[in-house]
Design a protein around this ligand. Structure first.
Ligand code: T46
Length: 135
């Protein structure tokens, strides 16, 4: 199973403006337990800098764009999100850093679990040790 993957979300195109919808368990491999969003992000800021033990999430650039730096302890990739109909599925145990936010960018996140601080690896060395002990 890939630790991260882009997901094409449905698009209803309309001269009045387009519409995208997401159903947990149908478009995502989990039920949605929590929604949060990042907005009013000042130029040069970055977010994330952690991994999750169990949580899965889908990130969507509902406005503007930003880069997501991904690292599962073996492979790294940088993905730019810029379309409101593209989700980035992050499974558990993926270190992520979000940066290069455009002006007005909004990152909508659909999460598989409520907020649980104990689910975070906030120290990269702890994350790498945990990846090593799992593989
Ligand atoms: C992730 C990236 C993309 C809550 O109380 N509830 C919540 O649901 C969240 C997400 C955060 N918080 C509190 C915890 C901290 O006191 O808000 C504060 C900032 O959280 P954090 O530093 O984790 O924010 P980001 O933007 O660095 O990370 C968040 C998510 O935590 C993380 O899972 O992948 O956005």
């Amino acid at each position: 199973m890939k630790p991260w993957q882009l997901i094409d979300l449905p698009r209803v195109q309309d001269p009045r403006g387009n519409l995208t919808f997401v159903e947990g368990g149908r478009h995502l491999p989990f039920d949605i337990a929590r929604v949060y969003y990042l907005y009013d992000i000042p130029g040069g800021a970055n977010r994330g800098g952690h991994a999750h033990k169990e949580l899965q999430q889908v990130l969507i650039a509902v406005s503007g764009s930003f880069d997501v730096h991904l690292d599962d302890g073996h492979n790294t990739e940088v993905i730019t999100l810029r379309r409101s109909y593209t989700g980035l599925l992050l499974r558990s145990m993926v270190w992520r850093v979000l940066d290069n936010f455009s002006s007005g960018a909004v990152c909508l996140t659909l999460a598989s679990m409520p907020y649980i601080e104990d689910d975070y690896y906030r120290d990269y060395n702890d994350f790498i040790k945990a990846v090593g002990s799992k593989s």
